[in-house]
Design a protein around this ligand. Structure first.
Ligand code: RB5
Length: 144
C-alpha cells in the first residue's frame, strides 16, 4: 500500500497518478487534499504517519515544486524523502538512500514523466551493504 498526498497545486497530478497506477495494480491510501487550498506540511505529516505506523510501505507527495513537501517530510523521524524529477536520481535514491517518500513538483514535471518516475521509485529495491551504514549515520543525526 502506498500513501499519497498533495496540496492544491498537486491535486490534478495526484488524481492522474492514482488512476494510471491503480490500473497497473498499485494500491493507494489517499491522504488528501481533494483540490481545496491547504497547507502542504499537514499533508506531508499525514502521509509520513502512514509509513511510520507500518500501514504503508512508501509515500508519494506532490506540491507545486515538490520542495515544500520534501522539506516538511524530512523533518519527521524515519522519513527519507527525495525530490524526484529525473530517472537517474529516482533510481539511485532507492538503491543508495533507501528513500521511503518521493516528492514531485506538479508545476515542474509533466504527468507522463511523473508516472514513469513513480514506477521506478516503487519497483527499485535498496541495495543495502555499505549504503546501510550511511542510512544508520543519517538515523544517528536524527537522534542526536
Ligand atoms: C503552493 O502555491 C506552493 O507554494 C506549494 O505547492 C509548493 O510548491 C511549496 O513548496
Amino acid at each position: 500500500m502506498i500513501a499519497i498526498g498533495c496540496d492544491h497545486a498537486g491535486y490534478k497530478l495526484k488524481e492522474f497518478l492514482i488512476n494510471a497506477l491503480s490500473e497497473k495494480g498499485y494500491e493507494f491510501k489517499d491522504m488528501g487534499c481533494n483540490g481545496e487550498r491547504c497547507d502542504y506540511p499537514n499533508i506531508a505529516e499525514s502521509v509520513c504517519k502512514e509509513i511510520k505506523s507500518g500501514n504503508c510501505d512508501k509515500g508519494i507527495l506532490i506540491c507545486g515544486t515538490g520542495i515544500g513537501m520534501s522539506i516538511a517530510a524530512n523533518k519527521i523521524k524515519g522519513i527519507r524523502a527525495s525530490l524526484c524529477s529525473d530517472s537517474y536520481s529516482t533510481k539511485y535514491t532507492r538503491l543508495h538512500n533507501d528513500a521511503n517518500v518521493m516528492c514531485m513538483g506538479a508545476r515542474v514535471i509533466a504527468s507522463g514523466l511523473a508516472e514513469e518516475l513513480a514506477e521506478i521509485f516503487l519497483t527499485t529495491n535498496f541495495e543495502g551493504g555499505r549504503h546501510q551504514q550511511r542510512i544508520d549515520l543519517i538515523t544517528n543525526l536524527e537522534n542526536n
